[in-house]
Structure formats: structure tokens, C-alpha cells
Design a protein around this ligand. Structure first.
Ligand SMILES: NC(=O)c1ccc[n+]([C@@H]2O[C@H](COP(=O)([O-])OP(=O)(O)OC[C@H]3O[C@@H](n4cnc5c(N)ncnc54)[C@H](OP(=O)(O)O)[C@@H]3O)[C@@H](O)[C@H]2O)c1
Length: 358
């Protein structure tokens, strides 16, 4: 079936849903959609676009007609099934439990679960859903919010994974305060692009670490100092009150040496840590060591609830933080978006756009 025909069906069925009822059962009239699907774990070549059933929202969920879906490292891990720890965490052992990838979304509510009172059909929302590289996806009502005014769907689709993680790393976990010196390792990526802007907007002195090719970009985000991870050494800088460790997987001892005596290390993540745990042992070692040293060393798993994004939401609405959309890709080119992410070709974020043009 060609794109125009399927889009027409989707539009018609969505209209049926909107007219029919605010109850989730209405979603059953919406039968099929185009979606990126993977039957097995692997690289981007496992992804293909197929016609599949539209998911039915549960009582505490909404069905969203997706306009844009953010691409992030979590989606990469769930696509590859690596590190293996993600399979043990319940995402499918031999094959993906959720065959449609994608977490971040922005779009329009087309059906509402019976327990949901905060959202209505036609609301423009953004947040975390399940299987968002598709024309329709379900999302828990607690994980979505109304889209801020003046923020496009593409921009909104970057906020809930990367933006929220940066906010939590800096403020909820890192307890960042104006005037502090912060080192952001991985400043040019999805999380880092938000972290640099947020730290700058809150009056911290920001040192960002990225590849030389992206130094100008990190400066534009608001970094006071930019270091190249291949030729510069952050250990040569004045000590930092706070280190947000997003990329590079530096040794804990090296990170500690770059902190002030009472400084804080927040480990967000880092790629290349091995096929079994992804190098999570570094996080565990830092947390076990922390009670016995003057510095605080910690890590966290991002809280996906919309309430956690309230402060970020406000800053984006005020235009003080710009969602860092580098490239957009139609649904059919989702694999290319993930290849760009893995190859480090992005400044900030890639977004899948769905609907007209996809
Ligand atoms: N804890 C959580 O809940 C949580 C939430 C979200 C993400 N994460 C994790 O956080 C990590 C980053 O996510 P992301 O979306 O920001 O990834 P990303 O967009 O791929 O960005 C990775 C960043 O790391 C930089 N980098 C690469 N090698 C480096 C090195 N040797 N030293 C310093 N920086 C280096 C990259 O710089 P260049 O591109 O300039 O080379 C880029 O800025 C991932 O491991 C992800 O799984 C954790």
C-alpha cells in the first residue's frame, strides 16, 4: 500500500476515533498504521516499515497520533538488545518484546483511557510513549504533558528523554547552584546539549568536552570553555564543583582528581562499556566508594514522569532553552537516524517526523 493511501486511512480512522467516544474502546475502530518494526535484535538494518495493528490504550493511557519521535541512545540499546542487561531487564530475551522502537514523542491525542481525566481528544502533547516510531503510539498519562506554546512537535520530541535526563543530572541529583564550576563530558550529544544550556542558564561556569568538530556548537550552547577529548585533558583545568559524566567513560580516579574536595560526580552513562553490563560496574564502584570519601559520587536512572519535566518545560516555553534538533528523518529513514546517532554525526538530536512527507 502506498504512503498516500495509508496516510488517508490513518486520517480517516483517526477522525472516526475523535468523533466516536472519549473511551479507549474507541481505539479499536482504528485498525492499522505504518510503523517501524524489528523482529530481532541487531543494528539499524533490522528495522523495516510495515503495516501493523494500532495499539489500544489501557485505562491509564492515551493513544497519540505521532507527529515526531525523538531518537536516543536508549532506543539504540533496545534495538540492539545490548548490553545484555537490557534483555534481563524485561525488554525481551531472544527478540524484542516491543517490536516498534521509540520512546520520545509529540503528537495529538486521538483516544483516551477511561481513567484519564487530564487529557482530551485533540490535545497536543509530548512525552514518553511505547513504540513511537509509528503513526500511532500509546503513552501513560503520567508520562505526557501538554505541548508548550511556541514549541514545535519536532522540538518537543527531544525533551522527555534527553532534556529530562540533563535536568535531573544537574539539579535533582547534582544539586547544581549558580556560580559553581561544572564539567560536562559529552557536551555535544543529546543529553549534553541540554545540560550545557541548562547549566549556563542557571549561572554556572560551564566547561564542555566534545570532539573538536563540534567545539563551535558547544560554545553556541553556552559553554565558557570547550575541550577536545582527543587532545585536551580536563585534569589540567581548575577543579570542578560538579562533573556531569555523559560520555568518554573516564576512570573514577581521574574524575575524582578533577573535582574539588567536596565536589559531586554524577554518572549519567557512556557508551562502549561491554556487551554484558555496558560498563555499569563503574557506576556501582562510584556509589560504593562515595560514603568513604569527601566527594559525593552517584548515578541515577531518569524518571520519565512528566512532573519531573516541569522546570525544563517552563524554560523551553520561555525560550531560554532551545531543543537541539539537528536533523529530521521520515519514518522510512529511521535506520539512517540511528546510524547517525551511533556514528557520532549528530549535534544534539535526530527526530523522526511522521505524517506529511514521511
Ligand atoms: N542515566 C540515565 O537515565 C540515562 C538517560 C539518558 C541517556 N543515558 C546515557 O547517557 C549516554 C549519553 O547519551 P546521549 O543521548 O547524550 O548520547 P549521544 O547523543 O550519542 O552523545 C554522546 C556524547 O559523548 C561524547 N563523547 C564521545 N566520546 C567521548 C569522550 N572520550 N570524552 C568525552 N565525551 C565523549 C560525544 O561527543 P562527539 O559527538 O563530539 O564525539 C557526545 O557529545 C548514553 O550512554 C546513554 O545510554 C543515561
Amino acid at each position: 500500500m502506498n504512503t498516500t493511501a495509508t496516510t488517508a486511512i490513518a486520517a480517516t480512522t483517526a477522525a472516526t476515533v475523535a468523533a466516536a467516544s472519549t473511551h479507549a474502546a474507541a481505539a479499536t475502530t482504528l485498525r492499522q498504521m505504518r510503523a517501524v518494526v524489528q523482529d530481532r535484535f541487531g543494528g539499524p538494518d533490522v528495522l523495516g516499515v510495515r503495516t501493523v495493528d494500532v495499539p489500544t490504550p489501557g485505562a491509564d493511557e492515551v493513544l497519540v497520533r505521532v507527529a515526531a519521535a525523538g531518537v536516543d541512545r536508549g532506543t539504540w540499546h533496545l534495538m540492539t538488545g545490548l548490553p545484555f542487561a537490557v534483555r534481563l531487564a524485561g525488554y525481551g530475551f531472544r527478540r524484542p518484546k516491543q517490536p516498534v522502537p521509540g520512546l520520545d514523542l509529540a503528537g495529538t491525542v486521538v483516544a483516551v483511557g477511561s481513567d484519564v481525566s487530564e487529557f482530551s481528544i485533540g490535545d497536543e502533547v509530548y512525552g514518553i510513549g511505547a513504540g513511537t516510531f509509528a503513526e500511532y503510539a500509546v503513552a501513560k498519562a503520567t508520562k505526557i504533558a501538554h505541548r508548550p506554546d511556541h514549541v514545535s512537535a519536532e522540538q518537543a520530541a527531544t525533551l522527555s528523554v534527553s532534556g529530562a535526563t540533563a535536568t535531573q543530572a544537574l539539579f535533582d541529583v547534582g544539586l547544581a547552584a549558580a556560580g559553581q564550576r561544572v564539567l560536562i563530558l559529552g557536551a555535544s550529544g543529546g543529553v549534553g546539549s541540554f545540560a550545557v544550556q541548562l547549566a549556563h542558564a542557571h549561572g554556572l561556569h560551564v566547561t564542555g568536552v566534545a570532539s573538536a568538530a563540534k567545539a563551535d556548537y558547544v560554545t553556541e550552547l553556552g559553554a565558557d570553555v570547550v575541550l577536545d577529548y582527543l587532545t585536551d585533558d580536563f585534569a589540567d583545568e581548575e577543579p570542578f564543583d560538579l562533573i556531569i559524566d555523559i560520555g568518554g567513560r573516564n576512570r573514577i580516579s581521574k574524575l575524582r582528581a578533577a573535582l574539588t574536595r567536596n565536589g559531586t560526580l554524577v554518572i549519567v552513562g557512556g557508551e562502549g562499556g561491554g556487551r554484558f553490563t555496558g560498563g555499569a560496574g563503574r557506576q556501582v564502584r562510584a556509589m560504593l566508594r562515595s560514603p568513604f570519601v569527601s566527594q559525593r559520587m552517584t548515578t541515577f536512572i531518569s524518571d520519565e514522569t512528566a512532573a519531573k519535566r516541569a522546570a525544563l518545560h517552563e524554560l523551553v516555553e520561555q525560550g531560554r532553552i532551545v531543543a537541539p534538533v539537528d536533523r529530521t528523518f521520515p519514518l522510512e529513514r529511521a535506520a539512517a537516524a540511528l546510524e547517525d546517532l551511533e556514528a557520532g554525526r549528530l549535534r544534539g538530536k535526530a527526530v523522526i517526523t511522521i505524517g506529511a512527507g514521511s
